[in-house]
Design a protein around this ligand. Structure first.
Ligand code: KG4
Ligand code: ZN
Length: 338
């Protein structure tokens, strides 16, 4: 059987990434994170696209170098078509098209959110793969969805956020606490040392399998404003407990909906994906659900949680096997539903 080498490119937000896969194994995965956005408290799209343009060639070069293969060995180029920031997507899309044209090999477009889910099919001794059908909760800075995955390219969205994404809830809460962007990982770090039940925050009342996080952000803001009136050092004095309480509330919201989805579908295989699946609270909660509810859970390795090209590559591999290629007139798609 043929050995397939895929070069994958991801540039949907603020990370420039390139990976090389040999069939369903990752042989290199290089990520250049853009630091420039920290001082602005969020991703500045115009700066992101400029940084991608600077990074893309060296990142691809590094990925090929670390994989120790020559461009001429590549079978196809896979790239993120969307969803994401238009200026960022254009850089990866244009680069991928040009390279595929130059090498005269097939081009494969990839949906970023499908990639977060299919990252579970990267072969790795320590991580078993889910079988179809399974439930996937995609939790990132841009998305919060519960998806029923019937097959590689047959997915149904069962529920999603009506306002902010869960990553935004983490990042905006962190901003209220004066933590730098992106604050999600810092909330996680501080939460480990705090009491999660110290400050109870209300859970939103949202029907079905949908989510809402904008109310939580507002209630955290009012709570902090009220407390700092009487104690100007309230945040510093209670940072770990505040972080633990915020994280506890968010994880409960996510787990409540997952439990509901399992109950409604009867599917007990549950996977998570996206940047927030790096969170220690959700990882522990899922592990506990194995013991407590008999679920089989699938948690990506850390490097495949946040944005990376390896996950784009695994989608590329499965499309390649199914002969699903993309023509050169493809354009980036900022809004792209799975
Ligand atoms: O998937 P991702 O890298 O980019 C998007 O597609 O959005 O996700 C980034 C999001 C950010 O909101 C970041 O704060 C959050 O994932 N995140 C975390 C953690 N690590 C990353 N949130 C909570 N705890 C973490 N450990
Ligand atoms: Zn992502």
């Amino acid at each position: 059987t043929e050995t397939i080498y895929i070069l994958a490119i991801e540039s949907s937000c603020d990370d420039t990434s390139a990976a090389v896969l040999c069939n369903d194994k990752v042989i290199s995965n290089v990520v250049a994170t853009q630091k420039i956005h920290e001082e602005y408290g969020g991703v500045v799209p115009e700066l992101a696209s400029r940084a991608h343009q600077q990074n893309i060639v060296p990142v691809v070069h590094q990925a090929l170098l670390r994989a120790n293969i020559d461009k001429k060995q590549l079978s196809a180029i896979a790239f993120t078509r969307g969803p994401g920031l238009m200026g960022s997507l254009l850089v990866g899309t244009s680069f991928a098209k040009s390279l595929a044209l130059g090498l005269d090999i097939p081009l494969i477009e990839v949906n970023h959110m499908q990639a977060h889910i299919l990252a579970h099919f990267i072969t790795d001794e320590n991580n078993p793969k889910p079988s179809f059908p399974f439930l996937a909760m995609t939790i990132s800075g841009g998305h919060t969805q519960i998806v029923k995955v019937n097959d590689y390219f047959n997915m149904e969205i069962l529920g999603e956020t009506l306002d902010d994404a869960v990553g935004e809830a983490f990042d905006k809460s962190a901003k209220i606490l004066g933590l730098p962007y992106p604050g999600g990982p810092l909330i996680d770090k501080n939460a480990k040392l705090g009491n999660p039940k110290k400050f109870p925050f209300p859970k939103p009342k949202v029907g079905e399998l949908n989510f809402s996080f904008s109310g939580l952000k507002t209630s955290i803001l009012y709570f902090i404003q009220r407390e700092t009136k009487t104690n100007p050092n309230f945040i510093e004095d209670n940072l770990n407990d505040i972080c633990a309480s915020i994280q506890y509330t968010i994880i409960n919201i996510l787990m409540d909906k997952l439990k509901k989805a399992v109950k409604e579908t009867g599917i007990k295989q549950v996977a998570i994906g996206g940047g927030v699946s790096a969170n220690s609270g959700i990882r522990t909660a899922l592990k506990n659900a194995e013991k407590n509810y008999g679920w089989s859970t699938y948690i990506p390795k850390f490097e495949y949680c946040t944005d990376n090209a390896a996950m784009i590559g695994i989608v590329g591999y499965h499309k390649y096997k199914q002969n699903v290629f993309t023509s050169q007139d493809v354009t980036a798609k900022a809004r792209y539903i799975i």
